[in-house]
Each structure stands twice: as structure tokens, then as C-alpha cells.
Design a protein around this ligand. Structure first.
Ligand code: EPU
Length: 432
């Protein structure tokens, strides 16, 4: 069991290099299944969700060759199975992309119901609706989603999404890329990783237009061949370091980013009194004065990302005045608030809204990461707090943040990772 020990109260100074985008990588790796050739993928983040995706592909028969720490070659010419193991697929949300990819290439897929962070109901009805409209039969049996095309190839169709869903947009894109005829996805999500997946597939020979707008048009092609592709930088990882500087004060150059992707986060931090200077592929983030209150509402891109909601809430805990945070993407993404309260935060949650009364300071405490982004918020709060915090369940954080401890230490943070023995069953019984 790994824990982070954080001695808070130190401003951050220096430079941080942002890794490849997690939510692009966990889609692009399964999308390699569509390619009848070798895909070289660069700028892959070293995080546990990516390791799991690669292991799942390997189990299906892909040949995975690491080239260096951030580059792999994936060869899916000899896939021998279209059924994922329950054990691996259920541990990661993005395993649902295996359905679209396997269905698109082989006309069939059997994938364990996806797992991932738990923040309320996470339906996949829009994915299923998309597959069915393309001519697939989809059933859920024994913990698995089984999808099969009538005949071997899906048929292009018009699909209108009832909710703007990142996952459904990308999954339908994968299923449709080699379908017979044309597909149009309307009310599509517009996140940067959707454009990234489309660019990856196009570079392998697909014909996708309109990614990044709400209408995506796909002309089915017969096959995809290999090539080389570099994943975009992680918008949320960059935003998390920006929020950390906002909370602790200091000055950090956030490197290897696409500033346009950061606009929604940059604007909100500026409203809070943080200075952000934009350069070609870097942002200089500085906070010297007091933090100001702000209202935040999460929305699909280009709105403020739900995956930054816990981190900005941690910042607003220390801002002067009352801030309102409204979560409008997920139904239950405030489980971490009780942990912030242990540190002295003053937050009241009413359904989708958190009312955050700024406090003068937070104090270090034993806290836990309830999920990936909540975990990032705990790190931010602990870095800004007076005294020592002990963050447990950090395996959630390591699902999505490459080398977070080393990157923060390089900025002058006093954070270290320690291994502790697992609680024995006997001890757990005594506690409960
Ligand atoms: N929804 C439906 N039906 C569906 C799909 C989604 O009702 O079939 C609803 C969801 O319940 C939610 C909303 O639509 O209320 C948006 O969900 P979306 O499908 O966009 O989310 P996702 O694709 O499952 C991805 C990211 C999440 C991120 C969301 C929103 C991955 C692997 N996950 O999830 O990332 O919060 O988009 O941007 O890409 C994270 O990185 O910490 C994370 C949770």
C-alpha cells in the first residue's frame, strides 16, 4: 500500500513537463486494433491505465514492442481473440473502447463491463445505441457486453447522441471507420482527445472529418494500415499543476502543452487572481497575491472540464469570499469534499452545487484519494496546507498522473511516496 507524505506550505517554483494525454492514450491504444499493420505511438504517458490497456491488447494477440519510455509499437496483424479477460477489462473504464475497435475490425467483441472511478451512474447506453444503429446486435450476459455485426461488416448510418458523451463519440467513431458507407455522428463531443483519435485514425488511412465540431462525418474505408503518431499533451495534467501553483503560490513554467486546450482553465484561474502568460507551447503560471473567489460550472469542452472540478474546488477553499461550484456532467463527484473538510475547508454540498466559503488556511491531515481527480485535489490541498498530510489510496492518482511525486519534488514540494504494509484482515475486523 503506497501513501504520499506531504509537508505543506511551500510555494512551487520551476518547470514541469506535461506528459501525453491519458484520455487520448486509452482510446488510441485500443484503436490500434483496427489497424492491419504496425502503429508506432509516441508521447504515451507512463501511467497504470495505459499499462492495463497494453496488457489487454497483448492478451488478444497484439505484439507490443516498447521503443523507449514513451513510445511503443503495436502490431495487431495476428489478433487471435475478440474476447477480453474479465480480470483486466473490468479494472479500467476505457475498456469500453475495445468494443468499438473489435467490432469495427472483426465484426464481433466480448468485453467485460467496464470499471473505473466511481462517481455515480456511468451508463453506456449511447455507445450501445450507436453500435445498434450501425447494425450490431448488443447484449449483456454474465458480466460481459457481447456485440456482433450482422454479416461481418457494420453499415454506415446517421447517429444522433442524446447526451454529449466523449466515450460514445470515440467508440462509435472506431466502430464506423471501416463500416460500409457513410456515418454521421451528431451532437458529438468536442474534447481535444476526440480530435486526437480522429487524427490518429486518419493518419492510418481512415476518412473522418469534423472531429472537434458537433458533427463528425466518417466515410468507411476497407482497411487501415500502419504508421506513426504522437499523442497530444494532457490538458488535465497541465491544469492540475496550474491549480497547484494557484493554491501554493509561486511561479511555474508548464511545458509541452497546447495553450488553446487550456483556455477554459486559464480563464478561470485568471479570474481567481492567478497570472498566466501564454507562449507557443508553454504557460508561465504565477500567483503572488491573494486568491479571489469565482463561480465554476463544469460543461463538455470547450467548457470548464469536470476532470478539473475537484482540483479547482481545492483552490477555491483558500480564496477570499464564497464560490459556487456546479457539477453538470457527473451525478456524484463530490465524495472528496469530506476529506477537504478534515483539513479545515468550509464546503456545503447541495446536490450538484458546492458552496465553498474561503478559509484563511488548511491544515495537514490524514486524507484519502476517493478517485483519480479527487486524489489530485488532495495533493493540491496538502501542498498548500500548514503541516503534514498523509494521503492514502494513491493508486487512484497513479492511474492518471505520470511521476507526480518526482515532478512536484522538482518544483520544490516536500512530498514523498512511502510503502506501508497492507492492513491485515484481523486489523480490518477490529477497525470495523
Ligand atoms: N452518459 C450517458 N450515456 C452514455 C454515456 C454517457 O448518459 O452512454 C452520460 C454520463 O453519465 C455523464 C455524461 O454522459 O453524465 C458524460 O459522460 P462521457 O461519456 O462523456 O464520459 P466518459 O466517456 O465515460 C470520459 C473520461 C472521463 C471524463 C468524461 C467527461 C475517459 C476514459 N474518461 O468519460 O475522465 O470525466 O469523459 O469529460 O476518457 C478522468 O479522466 O478522471 C475521467 C473520469
Amino acid at each position: 500500500m503506497t501513501k504520499y507524505i506531504v509537508q505543506g506550505g511551500k510555494p512551487l517554483f520551476g518547470e514541469v513537463e506535461i506528459s501525453g494525454a491519458k484520455n487520448a492514450a486509452v482510446a488510441i491504444i485500443p484503436a490500434a486494433l483496427l489497424v492491419d499493420g504496425v502503429c508506432r505511438i509516441e508521447n504515451i504517458p507512463q501511467i497504470s491505465d495505459v499499462t492495463l490497456c497494453l496488457r489487454i491488447l497483448e492478451e488478444l494477440g497484439a505484439n507490443i514492442r516498447p521503443v523507449n519510455r514513451h513510445t511503443v509499437e503495436i502490431d495487431c496483424r495476428h489478433i487471435h481473440s475478440t474476447r477480453t479477460s474479465y480480470e483486466l477489462a473490468r479494472r479500467i473504464r476505457a475498456s469500453y473502447y475495445l468494443i468499438g475497435a473489435l467490432l469495427g475490425r472483426f465484426g464481433q467483441a466480448e468485453v467485460a463491463m467496464p470499471g473505473g472511478c466511481n462517481f455515480g451512474v456511468r451508463p453506456i447506453d449511447q455507445h450501445v445505441k450507436g453500435f445498434a444503429t450501425l447494425g450490431a446486435k448488443v447484449v449483456v450476459e454474465g458480466g460481459f457486453i457481447r456485440a456482433s455485426a450482422e454479416g461481418r461488416r457494420l453499415r454506415g448510418a446517421n447517429i444522433y447522441l442524446d447526451v454529449v458523451s466523449v466515450g460514445a463519440t470515440m467508440n462509435i467513431m472506431m466502430a464506423a471507420v471501416m463500416a460500409e458507407g457513410n456515418t454521421v455522428i451528431e451532437n458529438a463531443a468536442k474534447e481535444p482527445h476526440i480530435v486526437d483519435l480522429a487524427n490518429f485514425l486518419n493518419s492510418m488511412g481512415a476518412n473522418i472529418r469534423g472531429a472537434g465540431t458537433d458533427t463528425i462525418k466518417i466515410r468507411g474505408v476497407d482497411s487501415l494500415s500502419g504508421g506513426s503518431y504522437a499523442i497530444i499533451p494532457d490538458q488535465i495534467e497541465a491544469g492540475t499543476y496550474m491549480a497547484a501553483v494557484a493554491a501554493t503560490g509561486g511561479q511555474v513554467l508548464v511545458k509541452n502543452i497546447i495553450p488553446k486546450h487550456m483556455d477554459c482553465i486559464t480563464a478561470k484561474l485568471q479570474e481567481c487572481g492567478v497570472e498566466v502568460e501564454e507562449h507557443e507551447d508553454t504557460l508561465l503560471v504565477r500567483r503572488t497575491g491573494k486568491l479571489r473567489r469565482a463561480n465554476v460550472k463544469t460543461l463538455p469542452y470547450p467548457g470548464f472540464p469536470t476532470d478539473m472540478q475537484p482540483q479547482i474546488t481545492a483552490v477555491l477553499c483558500l480564496a477570499e469570499g464564497t464560490s459556487l461550484v456546479t457539477e453538470s456532467v457527473w451525478s456524484n463527484r463530490y465524495q472528496y469534499v469530506d476529506e477537504l473538510k478534515r483539513m479545515g475547508a468550509n464546503i456545503q454540498v447541495d446536490d450538484k452545487t458546492a458552496v465553498v466559503e474561503g478559509v484563511d488556511h488548511l491544515t495537514g491531515a490524514p486524507i484519502q484519494a476517493c478517485d483519480l481527480r479527487a486524489g489530485a485535489a488532495m495533493v493540491i490541498a496538502a501542498l498548500a496546507a500548514q503541516g503534514c498530510s498523509e494521503i492514502s489510496r494513491v493508486q487512484y492518482i497513479e492511474r492518471g498522473y505520470e511521476d507526480i511525486v518526482d515532478k512536484l519534488r522538482a518544483l520544490g514540494a516536500d512530498i514523498r511516496s512511502v510503502e506501508e504494509p497492507e492492513e491485515t484482515d484481523e486489523l480490518k475486523a477490529q477497525i470495523s
